[in-house]
Design a protein around this ligand. Structure first.
Ligand code: IPD
Ligand code: CA
Ligand code: CA
Length: 295
């Protein structure tokens, strides 16, 4: 009797160990599967950004028709060509995915997975032949940006980031700067296209910040500004009236490089928030204080 109970208990223990082992293996396989999927997606997105960047670089020296969306808001033929290339390839490879891209109507709006694209960030620069522009591609899953790619064809800089996987520039791991004093910091910002007609045009924030930092750059491509922050070339960035395609990939890059993203009050930022404060984390509160004129 005793030996039967003993044997049954042993058997149960073995079964339990076996199922725990199976569970662990399944989990490992699941993680391995997820890793492979992310690697594939990153390869696809990186290639796409490079191809679109080549279109931009090639077209830069050629006749490039410019159209006005507003009084100073442009769209060029190159914007359209870059976007066509990106959308065609995504639709061919991932027909079920959603797409939000600056110059086109949204596609598959109910999809769980969505690509967020700026086919040419820095259009005004581009139209003037000023070489600071990029392609920005992000992938969002159930509201979280899980992958971001920003490509600057002028310098052949490919910035990449995956959620919890770090941020990289041409394969080299990125880390935000270690500057902790706002007065020694180099910041970036930009101005909205309605600067002429809206009082909410960032000029007052710019004035307040300009006398408290080492310098501010208005380089003209928000996505690339954020990638530069991740790469420790800037210490902080803020801007009003941004769109998800300006910020999706760049914000992931900043957080994956150890930086911080918030709204103007230092609260939680999300993709639909037009106002963004980004930094290396160390000067964040100082930036928020200045932006609130509390300093
Ligand atoms: C613009 C740039 C610019 C920023 C504007 C954006 P676009 O994007 O990122 O730096 O100041 O708010 O709209 O029009 O060149 O794609
Ligand atoms: Ca943009
Ligand atoms: Ca654009």
């Amino acid at each position: 009797m005793f030996s039967t109970i003993f044997l049954t208990a042993q058997l149960l223990r073995l079964c339990l160990r076996f199922s725990v082992l199976c569970g662990l293996l399944a989990l490992q396989n699941f993680h391995e599967g997820a890793r492979i999927v992310m690697t594939e997606l990153m390869e696809f997105a990186g290639n796409l950004a490079r191809q679109a960047g080549k279109v931009l670089a090639d077209k830069l020296t050629k006749q490039n028709r410019v159209y006005y969306k507003g009084s100073i808001d442009l769209v060029t033929e190159a914007d359209k060509m870059s976007e066509e290339l990106i959308l065609a390839q995504i639709s061919r490879r991932y027909p079920e995915h959603g797409i939000l891209s600056e110059e086109s109507a949204a596609k598959n709006e109910q999809a769980i997975i969505r690509w967020i694209i700026d086919p040419l960030d820095g259009t005004t620069n581009y139209a003037h032949g000023f070489p600071f522009f990029c392609v920005s591609i992000a992938l969002e899953k159930e509201g979280t940006v899980v992958l971001g790619v920003i490509y600057d064809p002028t310098r052949d800089d490919l910035f990449t980031a995956t959620c919890a996987g770090g941020a990289y520039l041409n394969g080299q791991k990125l880390k935000v700067s270690s500057e902790s004093d706002l007065s020694h910091s180099l910041l970036a910002t930009g101005f909205p296209y309605d600067i002429r007609v809206s009082a909410d045009n960032n000029l007052d924030f710019f004035n307040a910040m300009a006398v408290r930092v080492q310098a501010i750059r208005r380089a003209g491509a928000a996505a690339l500004d954020l990638a530069y922050l991740a790469a420790s070339r800037f210490d902080g960035f803020w801007e009003l009236k941004l769109k998800p395609w300006d910020t999706a990939a760049g914000c992931l890059m900043v957080t994956e490089a150890g930086g911080l993203i918030s709204d103007l009050a230092g609260g939680k930022w999300n993709l639909d928030s037009p106002v963004l404060v980004a930094s290396n984390g160390l000067i964040h509160d100082q930036m928020i204080n200045v932006l609130h004129n509390k300093d």
